[in-house]
Design a binder for this molecule. Structure first.
Ligand SMILES: Cc1cc2nc3c(=O)[nH]c(=O)nc-3n(C[C@H](O)[C@H](O)[C@H](O)COP(=O)(O)OP(=O)(O)OC[C@H]3O[C@@H](n4cnc5c(N)ncnc54)[C@H](O)[C@@H]3O)c2cc1C
Length: 566
């Protein structure tokens, strides 16, 4: 069903077993698990899917080695397992990521760690090689504990001279480097939309709507507002999952509940176009302590470099922006590790900020607030509502599946339904049937080229962007006259139209910011916006006024939220 068909069926029948509020990764994860278990479920997102924290991450599929020093062993173990599952279930988007820690002293932190476990040390402190070695041994052990097959290699220490030979721009003050493996989620927003599409394909009674706001609730009714038309819709759910991230308490308030589950912290990133820095890091992420003790990262994101992040308490998530001060902080911290480089704000091609939906906490520093997830249940005598509300608090992108599994188990128990299927080994979107090696990729590309007439070169690009969904896209491209776009010669008109028609794109910025990496990599031009607006107008029937409004909206979002002036 397309959007308007879902809306008219909602008017006819407002009953649904589960309503999910929020289309970030946690809402979408729960949506998929419920869908594959045959539950009729409606997900509503007031903006575009993944427009909140889920599009503001550091792109790491990771166990979170630093959480070991907070004593979060269960959480790290679970996240390492989920990292491994992501590498296996979404190999088109999640790739192994060698992560290198430059170490500037041998012993610091050794005596701090036990104090931290006991909650007696409040500020971050420098970690020396011995502490890092112990942490990495534990991390490796968690990786191995999952089963016979090791998904990523073990960690490795390099001496100072070996390190400087490998990374010749590295600060010569280092005493060692340590390299371990995590995963890179190269385009998290694509992974999320593919999950949502999978869910709808499994279950005809599962629907996800973007631009649909939850605006209020009474005893047995939730009121939604179509953001595109302002029209209200009633829904009668048996259960509500509040996956509104850092807006969870705001959403509960709309339902008449006064909760204080969230204590969000803002985190910002910048994306740099800087070939020397990109070459200096190679294919490694550098993960290290800045001089203030905060752990920060320099991450290879395609041909750009992603740098982050901060951790600042905020009250209103809508106001989070990456400020000039944060950008300068990032530029300075790069020089701690690569002191010979010359960097300035002119190298920044994109910036973003998001708010972590962390649990409300009395911890003395933000870094001590647990990154683990929990499900807060409000029901029964507490409220006059006929449905319970499960709020999904905290968590990480990496462990969305585990949180989804836990909330789905709870929901199934409430609905009196058995679990029919689990998602542990379920491939995601274009990860299904994705070629396991280059020989298989070549074979698939050749056979698809023969079948669709699309050149091998183009198909290789499609596989890189969309995994095995390349097959549907190439077949669609072959179904009509197609041509490369002037402003994006490595993309074609019908490729874009396929995405517009099949990936719930409503606005131009949905495509530029969340269905593709164009904006984040700093590749958007004014000419591209104008050309794409023309393609979208044909596909979606926009008139001249709507087209102009879309262009203006896109330019304004790029400037206001991402520091991109075109
Ligand atoms: C700076 C930063 C770096 C991070 N780095 C990593 C990392 O490298 N690896 C990792 O694993 N995790 C990382 N995380 C954590 C991870 O990104 C988040 O935990 C996760 O994305 C939270 O997802 P969510 O679905 O709960 O929230 P969100 O993605 O914020 O989704 C909530 C959604 O609810 C919607 N909503 C709110 N109110 C309503 C309403 N009334 N009606 C309808 N919809 C509504 C919002 O529009 C929003 O889209 C990072 C987070 C941040 C902020």
């Amino acid at each position: 069903m397309n959007r308007s068909e879902v809306l008219s069926s909602l008017k006819q029948n407002p009953n649904v077993s589960v309503l999910i509020i929020g289309g970030g990764i946690n809402g979408i994860g729960a949506f998929r698990d419920l869908a594959v278990n045959d539950v009729d479920v409606l997900l509503v997102e007031r903006g575009d899917f993944c427009a909140g924290a889920s599009s503001a991450s550091s792109h790491m599929a990771h166990g979170g080695i630093r959480y070991l020093e907070n004593g979060e062993f269960r959480h790290v173990r679970e996240a390492v397992q989920e990292r491994n599952r992501l590498l296996q279930n979404a190999p088109h988007i999640v790739k192994p990521l060698p992560t290198t820690i430059p170490i500037f002293n041998r012993f610091s932190g050794l005596f701090n760690a036990p104090f931290k476990f006991l909650g007696m040390l409040n500020k971050p402190s420098e970690r020396g090689s011995l502490v890092i070695k112990l942490g990495l041994m534990l991390y490796d052990a968690y990786s191995r504990a999952q089963g016979a097959q090791r998904v990523v290699p073990k960690h490795q220490f390099l001496s100072r001279s070996q390190s400087l030979e490998k990374w010749n721009q590295l600060n010569p003050r280092i005493v060692h480097t340590a390299t371990y493996y995590d995963g890179a989620i190269l385009s998290p927003e694509r992974l999320a939309i593919e999950l949502a599409l999978d869910a709808e394909a499994y279950n005809p009674n599962a629907h996800a709507l973007n631009y649909m706001d939850m605006v209020g609730g009474t005893e047995d009714t939730i009121i939604l507002r179509d953001v595109l038309t302002d029209e209200p819709y009633d829904v009668h759910p048996k259960l509500v999952i509040n996956a509104a991230g850092s807006w969870i308490d705001f959403a509960n308030r709309k339902l008449g509940l006064s909760t204080r589950f969230i204590g969000g912290t803002k985190g910002s990133h910048i994306v740099l176009k800087h070939d020397e820095l990109r070459n200096a890091i190679g294919d490694h992420e550098f993960y290290f302590e800045n001089s203030d003790g905060r752990l920060v990262l320099i991450f290879p994101l395609f041909d750009r470099v992603l740098v982050g992040t901060t951790d600042i308490p905020v009250e209103n998530p809508d106001e989070a922006r990456c400020t000039d001060d944060e950008a300068d902080y990032f530029l300075e911290m790069i020089l701690r590790v690569f002191p010979g480089l010359s960097l300035s704000r002119d190298n920044i091609v994109f910036r973003y900020s998001g708010v972590r939906p962390l649990p409300h906490s009395s911890a003395k520093t933000t870094s001590q607030v647990s990154r683990d997830h929990s499900i807060e249940v409000v029901s029964g005598d507490w409220t006059n509502l006929t449905y319970p509300i499960y709020s999904l608090v905290g968590g990480k992108w990496t462990s969305f599946r585990a949180l989804a599994e836990q909330v789905t188990d709870k929901a199934l128990a409430h609905l009196g339904l058995p679990r029919q299927k689990d998602t542990r080994a379920l491939p995601i979107g274009g990860g299904r049937g994705y070629p396991g090696d280059l020989t298989e990729l070549k074979r698939q590309v050749e056979s698809l080229s023969a079948w669709t007439g699309v050149t091998r070169e183009r198909l290789r690009v499609l596989f890189e962007r969309y995994g095995s969904r390349a097959e549907s896209i190439a077949t669609y491209m072959n179904g009509g006259t197609d041509f490369a776009l002037r402003s994006m010669p490595d993309a074609s008109r019908r490729e874009i139209i396929f995405l517009v028609l099949h990936e719930k794109i409503i606005h131009l910025d949905d495509f530029l910011l969340r269905r593709s990496m164009l904006a984040m990599l700093g590749n958007v031009t004014r000419e591209m916006i104008d050309e794409l607006a023309g393609v979208f107008s044909n596909a979606l029937g926009w008139d001249a006024q709507q087209r102009a409004a879309e262009v203006a909206r896109t330019l304004s979002i790029l400037e206001d939220r991402h520091g991109v002036r075109l």
